[in-house]
Ligand binder design. Structure first.
Ligand code: C2E
Ligand code: MG
Ligand code: MG
Ligand code: MG
Length: 292
């Protein structure tokens, strides 16, 4: 009868929820061990200047190779890391790992472009970030301008005066600052000019929309215009097709990042591409598709 049905439905729901929270607890415990066990690794995606196909930057992106579950992407494990506070130690590890990689690239091929690292809200707000960045740079003998710090609008907006002073400290050390996923957050144009930033990254949802009928290019166009009037460079994220690239070129967007040129790849795979640039400023071939 109806009552039984209701009870069964209830039981079903709790069983489902149980399974889900168990899975979460498993992931949480596994994530605690992941760092010690060396299961996290970094992949790198080049950023390309549209006018001449030069690689002008690189973004570092974290991955987790779980011993049983296989590859786990950051959008799945970083939210858990945020809630458990693990995101701090993961962030510290990423920062040091990336600075060591920049050092290796400098030693091997004379790398001369900035490498961007994503900074989570917690990591940005804890007050230690400028000191940690300085230590990672100093420890590897790097200039500040070799490291770019990517933050989202959401990270900055909570406490604007604190965010401005953290950004200033990072700028004093020479780092570049990029505003990630631009246009998706709490975009209030009134605060933009207060932040000492260098770059806007157009969120890939707007790039995807470029080819959708009726949506058009109004937002990328507006962001490129905003960048120009504020003196910021603009990079488009998630460019997958020649049509998208052509549209961005016609908007005079400065550079792009996306599968069209390269997926994020392990450091060794990117090295030859970066070496071409370091040696003669030549045009690198597109990086072959890889699984990362
Ligand atoms: P994000 O910083 O906006 O990074 C861009 C995302 O777009 C990356 O996803 C990248 O792999 C993906 N992508 C690049 N080109 C294309 C394309 O052409 N098409 C499509 N569909 N996607 C493309 P990923 O690596 O899964 O990272 C997701 C998000 O996780 C990042 O978004 C960033 O917010 C966060 N994240 C990644 N690594 C780190 C890290 O080391 N620390 C922190 N705090 N966050 C990170
Ligand atoms: Mg990013
Ligand atoms: Mg982004
Ligand atoms: Mg994102």
């Amino acid at each position: 009868n109806a009552k039984d049905g209701g009870r069964n439905a209830y039981r079903f729901v709790t069983r489902e929820m149980g399974a889900r929270s168990r899975e979460r607890l498993d992931l949480e415990a596994a994530l605690r061990r992941a760092l010690q066990n060396g299961e996290l690794f970094i992949v790198y995606q080049p950023q390309v200047r549209i006018s001449d196909d030069q690689v002008v930057g690189v973004e570092a992106l974290v991955r987790w190779r779980h011993p049983e579950a296989g590859l786990i992407m950051p959008n799945r494990f970083l939210p858990i890391a945020e809630e458990t506070g693990l995101v701090q130690s993961i962030g510290d590890w990423v920062l040091n790992e990336v600075c060591q990689q920049i050092r290796r690239w400098k030693d091997h091929i004379g790398l001369s472009i900035p490498v961007a690292v994503n900074i989570s809200g917690q990591q940005f707000r804890d007050g230690q970030l400028p000191a940690k960045v300085a230590a990672a740079l100093d420890g590897n003998g790097l200039d500040g301008r070799e490291l770019e710090i990517e933050v989202t609008e959401g990270t900055l907006i909570d406490d604007i005066p604190a965010a401005v002073s953290t950004l200033r400290a990072l700028k004093e050390r020479g780092c570049l600052i990029a505003l990630d996923d631009f246009g998706t957050g709490y975009s209030s144009l009134s605060y933009l000019h207060r932040f000492p930033i260098d770059k806007l990254k157009i969120d890939r949802s707007f790039i995807h929309d470029l080819e959708q009928a009726g949506v058009g290019d109004s937002i990328p166009r507006a962001i490129v215009g905003l960048g120009r009037s504020l003196g910021l460079s603009v990079v488009a994220e998630g460019v997958e097709t020649e049509v998208q690239l052509q549209l961005l070129r016609s908007l005079k967007c400065e550079s792009f990042q996306g599968y069209l040129f390269s997926r994020p790849v392990p450091a060794e795979e990117l090295e030859p591409v970066l070496a071409v640039r370091a040696a003669r400023g030549g045009h690198p071939a597109r990086v072959p598709l890889s699984a990362a």
